[in-house]
Design a binder for this molecule. Structure first.
Ligand code: ADP
Ligand code: MG
Length: 567
């Protein structure tokens, strides 16, 4: 630490480039500081540092991190604690541009595996960025000393050692993680899709906030008695709530009665949520995928023939490509690409679906001959998809009772409370013919795996490689922009950053033989072995702002790369 002080004193008043001298490793009384990367000027992306405290000092109980799910919950805990301290220290020192900045990755309502904090048997490490202070382009050495040698040690002391924790709250968080895992394991064992605990708060504060709705009247979730189960958990009483089994589940009900809100909660249930979120015990199979219409997207040689045939001008639907998909062809594509990646369940909302993809009623069948209609609607495929491929569906549908014929269970949302109306719906279906003929043949059709080619991935912009997230739903990949706004289960910009890095790697791994699924599986194999750091070009130093996405979203991003090329 003294050496760092000396360098900073020496370079005080010099040009900003002199800061490069502080790159390196420094022993502080309670931790080690690694200055991995020093920014080129006060406006450039900030400098990257790590602080590492040995377990002899940090004194974490081994039980806090021995199991993976606990370790992830603990790392998230440490990060949130550090984020609060960072907030209060940032910009206490002032100067030009980013001078005085302290920043760490900022988690939302989900608990995700991240690179910002690493806990293991030897140490706990926090990765930050700092804005090294300057006036104009002149080094403010004394202010840098305040930041790195005074404020930073305080931040470390207040957020890393176990003695800085509210242990009771941490233990509670870890018990929650155990219970969430137990419910996930239970669902997997049974082959079921989702669980929504009684008392869950599903609605969110607003369309732009993911926090729970608090003001006004909030109706806590309550399972219909016929759909209720009690799941044994390691801590506390068994947790009771509604289970959605495999098969085809409809969510019906009047407009504004909470259908979409329930489906959204199920979409997010693929991740674990923090205490106080209201969705702590809304758990959905990890491989459930929200699919929607996405007109305008590009499609590269996807086999959509299970849904679409006989396009005008004899266009191929076994290898369907377009630069501008329609509502129905985009929705068919999104489904087929999800099946390619091994989706377990499709989550579909009428609000974001193409009507002609979802349904074609008896009268329309009578008017427009099958030969003139390229689309086999989802209603005629949904059972085959379940029976032949084992892929379930949860569908929000307020507008079409034709689905009663194909559903295993029907949930009606009634003033925000679910009712089991399966029997009534079946009785109506039996009593009233809808006059429609089944379409779509005897079997679902083939899910075709595609071999992706490296030539479609060009991360260069000018002479340099440039791949980065521009917000949650956009990736800049070389000179092309990838639009991810249809990926509703992408929840954190750090996941988007990770996907940008992964796409770069996938482009290198593509060898003209491996399918997209094989490539993504292989990449995740490496991550499992070496940790998420491995995808970063700063491996071994500081990739402090990445969070793990699902394989499904990674593949979905690749599929939306407009230059993608498939054999
Ligand atoms: P639908 O899809 O049935 O038309 P939504 O799910 O969009 O209805 O919900 C309509 C409104 O009701 C939304 O503003 C939502 O936040 C609110 N809402 C949903 N569930 C609840 C609930 N349990 N308690 C209070 N408000 C809710
Ligand atoms: Mg709705």
């Amino acid at each position: 630490m003294e050496r760092l002080r000396q360098i900073l004193t020496r370079i005080d008043g010099r040009g900003y480039k002199a800061y490069k001298d502080i790159q390196g490793e420094y022993r502080f009384p309670f931790f080690t500081l690694y200055i991995d990367y020093v920014q080129g000027d006060p406006f450039a992306s900030p400098s990257r540092i790590r602080v590492r405290m040995d377990q002899q000092r940090a004194r974490y109980d081994r039980q806090w991190y021995a199991d993976e799910h606990r370790r992830i919950a603990l790392e998230d805990w440490v990060l949130r604690q550090a984020a609060r301290e960072v907030q209060s220290l940032s910009f206490r020192v002032q100067g030009t541009g980013k001078s005085g900045l302290f920043a760490v990755d900022r988690p939302g309502q989900e608990i995700l595996p991240r690179t910002a904090v690493v806990v293991n048997e030897r140490y706990v490490e926090l990765r930050l960025t700092v804005g090294l202070p300057a006036r104009g382009r002149t080094v403010l050495g004394n202010k840098a000393i305040q930041m790195l040698c005074e404020d930073l040690p305080r931040l470390v002391q207040r957020s890393l050692p176990a003695s800085s924790f509210d242990r009771e709250k941490l233990e509670e968080r870890l018990r929650l993680a155990d219970n969430q895992k137990a419910i996930r394991d239970y669902l997997r064992e049974k082959g079921w899709i989702a669980f929504v605990a009684n008392g869950s708060i599903l609605p969110r504060e607003s369309g732009v906030s993911d926090r729970p709705l608090r003001h006004g009247r909030v109706v806590p979730f309550q399972s219909p008695p016929t759909m209720e189960v009690a799941i044994e958990v390691p801590h506390g009483e068994p947790i009771r709530g509604m289970v959605i089994k495999d098969g085809i589940t409809l969510i019906v009900g009047g407009g504004y009665h909470g259908k979409s809100t329930l489906l959204k909660a199920l979409e997010r249930g693929v991740y674990d949520h923090i205490e106080g979120d209201g969705r702590e015990y809304v758990i959905t199979d990890r491989n459930a995928v929200k699919v929607r219409a996405e007109d305008g997207r590009r499609v590269e040689k996807v086999n959509i023939s299970p849904f679409i045939n006989n396009l005008p001008f004899g266009r191929d639907t076994v290898r369907f490509s377009t630069d501008d998909a329609s509502g129905s062809t985009s929705q068919a594509t999104n489904i087929m690409e999800s099946l390619e990646m091994g989706a377990s369940c499709l989550l579909i909302d009428e609000d974001t679906s193409a009507t002609n993809f979802m349904i074609r009623d008896g009268r329309m069948q009578a008017l427009v001959a099958k030969g003139k209609e390229p689309i086999t609607p989802f209603i005629d495929k949904v059972r085959q998809m379940y029976e032949e491929l084992g892929v379930s569906s949860v569908l929000v549908l307020g507008g079409s009772g034709d689905y009663f014929d194909v559903a295993d269970s029907v949930i009606m949302m009634d003033e925000y409370l679910p009712r089991d109306v399966t029997e009534e719906a079946k009785a109506i279906a039996a009593a009233k013919s809808n006059g429609r003929k089944r379409e779509g043949g005897d079997s679902f059709g083939e899910v075709t795996h595609r071999v992706v080619l490296s030539k479609g991935f060009d991360p260069r912009k000018g002479k340099k490689e440039k791949t980065d997230a521009k917000g949650l739903h956009t990736i800049q990949f070389g000179t092309t922009t990838v639009d991810l706004s249809a990926l509703e289960q992408l929840v954190d910009v750090s996941q988007t950053r990770a996907i940008a890095e992964m796409m770069r790697l996938l482009g290198r791994m593509a060898d003209g033989r491996k399918t997209l699924k094989q490539l993504v599986d292989e990449l995740y194999g490496r991550i499992e072995e070496k940790g998420l750091d491995v995808i970063s070009p700063y491996f071994g130093q500081h990739p402090g702002d990445l969070a793990l996405p699902r394989k499904l979203e990674v593949a979905a991003a690749v599929n939306r790369l407009r230059t993608l090329s498939v054999q």
